[in-house]
Design a protein around this ligand. Structure first.
Ligand code: HEC
Ligand code: HEC
Length: 484
């Protein structure tokens, strides 16, 4: 029981922040966004998110920092952790880790505070590493996350860590971590297993920091709207090789490294501390931009794939680009009116209100980067897309086959969370369509595993570009996508 408690607690360590957007109150268009006017075949505007300079970094140093530095610098005292956990099994480890990190699971990082307290902290890989066919892939979004526990349960777990501690300095570190995690707990609850709540709790973390000094305040310094169930499917990191903006709504502009490190404000309390972390984040960004997607590991029908390429280039490339030796990628932001997918994330939930965008602009993070959310979604590069199921920004469509034929999208479905349960024909996780949604299910665990597309923010509509294809052409496009 103790072990289970700490496991759950440590998944709370993941409470790191990534994004906040507010399209409803989008600031003036960036000078870099070219409105190229109406496309020839479409009445919709073409919005291009142009590249902006990034600080140069060293990818090898960046990987070392990613897996060794404690950039989310608060957590569970080692003395408590080590009473429950032994060394991580081999399949939970990643290469290149130094000292104590070498025997920790990939999503934990060891550190020693200035006061000499040894801690186990969280890192980016809690959300940004996932498994395919049993193999851990750094940079693949964790599509099997489980954020369905209630805030009360989460708070009970952070309290439990105290049972293991006697040293006063350790207790102080635990109290600090507990205050932070308990603050975000109500904002890190989702109704459904799979999606991620990072967008939900970022605004709360902003609200608890003074933008100028980054000092933490136990009470919010600005109004925080009630928690909102906003599901987001964690995107794969390798897209940043081509993308000029961060986040589904294209809201992360300017210096990407400075935006990525906002995840550290779960724990940080000063500009000085943030500057020290920022010093190596240009390297981490360079590493992220260097990641190659995994290759499709099963057989591909090359003749059919090459037919699919032709269909893809005439139907999909204007948004998703071309692949192969002379690859192109347009960095298009597609308006809600044109894409028609679930509007909640791109039209701003209460937490993504104007005050949070303003907070960012006034803060250390706003010195060289900007949050400029838009009312639409970026058409992502489709490299390695076979591995990133489920699909769309909210993970509402289980397979590519269903994405390209909207009549096959289940309104209610439940999936296998076994990374070996991959469906090679449909491209995605093995799933089952259900006759009813959450409201008809009494069993709590089964209810949480139901993806119910009738819920606010969970809609599976829009992106109907595959519907007009013949069955043969659609199958050919699916085969082609395996090669990317
Ligand atoms: C609690 C989970 C979580 C943690 C921890 C986390 N992220 Fe994220 N990250 C997300 C989610 C969810 C998104 C998508 C948000 C959106 O687009 O609205 C995201 C988006 C991103 C993106 C943009 C990808 C794209 O295609 O636009 C980058 C880059 C990124 N994160 C880097 C990091 C780094 C570096 C860290 C560690 C310092 C980190 N993240 C920690 C959940 C997390
Ligand atoms: C008008 C622009 C546009 C066209 C044309 C288009 N797409 Fe998309 N596509 C998008 C946008 C925007 C998204 C993201 C939508 C969202 O997340 O809500 C997307 C998402 C996707 C995704 C899901 C990616 C993921 O990991 O969630 C796939 C796969 C995809 N498109 C394939 C295709 C294929 C294949 C075609 C051609 C048959 C096509 N698209 C045509 C704009 C377009």
């Amino acid at each position: 029981m103790r072990r289970r408690h700490l496991l759950l607690v440590s998944s709370l360590l993941a409470a790191a922040a990534c994004a906040t957007q507010n399209p409803a109150s989008a600031p003036p268009e960036s000078a870099n966004d070219v409105d190229a006017g109406a496309g020839v075949e479409s009445p919709h505007p073409v919005i291009t998110l142009n590249a902006e300079p990034q600080r140069a970094g060293d990818p090898a140093k960046g990987y070392r920092a990613l897996v060794n530095e404690a950039y989310v610098p608060c957590g569970i005292p080692w003395s408590a952790y080590s009473q429950v956990f032994g060394e991580a099994p081999e399949n939970q480890r990643v290469p290149g880790r130094e000292g104590r990190n070498a025997t920790l699971a990939y999503n934990y990082t060891a550190m020693t505070t200035k006061e000499g307290v040894e801690l186990v902290t969280s890192n980016c890989l809690t959300c940004h590493a996932g498994r395919i066919d049993g193999e851990l892939v750094v940079g693949l979004g964790a599509a099997d996350g489980d954020f369905t526990r209630s805030a009360e349960d989460q708070k009970g777990l952070t309290a439990n860590v105290g049972l293991f501690l006697t040293d006063e300095k350790e207790k102080a570190e635990w109290q600090k971590w507990r205050a932070r995690v308990d603050t975000v707990a109500p904002y890190s609850v989702l109704s459904t297993r799979g999606p991620n709540p990072a967008d939900n709790f970022t605004a709360v973390l902003f609200a608890h920091h003074d933008p100028k000094t980054l000092a933490w305040s136990d009470t919010p310094l600005m109004a925080v709207p009630p928690p909102h169930d906003t599901p987001v499917d964690v995107p794969p990191w390798w897209r940043m090789n081509k993308k000029t903006s961060m986040f589904y709504v294209g809201g992360g502009r300017g210096d990407h490294a400075r935006i990525m490190m906002t995840a550290s404000i779960l724990c940080t309390s000063s500009v000085e501390e943030s500057k020290a972390i920022d010093a190596y984040f240009a390297d981490i960004r360079a590493y992220i931009a260097s990641i190659e997607p995994p290759k499709y590991p099963w057989p591909i029908d090359q003749a059919r794939a090459s037919l699919g390429r032709t269909v893809f280039e005439s139907t999909c490339s204007r948004c998703h680009g071309t692949y192969g030796s002379a690859a192109t990628y347009p960095n298009r932001l597609v308006t809600l009116a044109e894409i028609g997918t679930d509007p909640v994330l791109a039209s701003g939930t209460a937490q993504f209100g104007p005050p949070f965008v303003r907070w960012f602009g006034e803060s250390f993070f706003g010195e060289i980067s900007r949050l400029e959310p838009k009312e639409g979604y970026v058409a992502p590069p489709l490299d390695g897309v076979w591995a990133t199921a489920p699909y769309l920004h909210n993970g509402s469509v289980p397979t590519i086959e269903a994405l390209l034929d909207s009549s096959k999208r289940p309104a209610y479905w439940t999936r296998s969370f076994d990374s070996k349960a991959y469906d090679q024909a449909a491209l995605g996780w093995t799933h089952r369509a259900l006759a009813r949604g959450k409201s008809g299910e009494a069993n709590v665990a089964a209810k949480r595993a139901i993806y119910d597309t009738t819920l606010l923010g969970y809609g599976n509509g829009g992106h109907l570009f595959g519907d007009a294809l013949s069955a043969d052409d659609r199958a050919a496009v699916i085969e082609y996508l395996k090669t990317l």
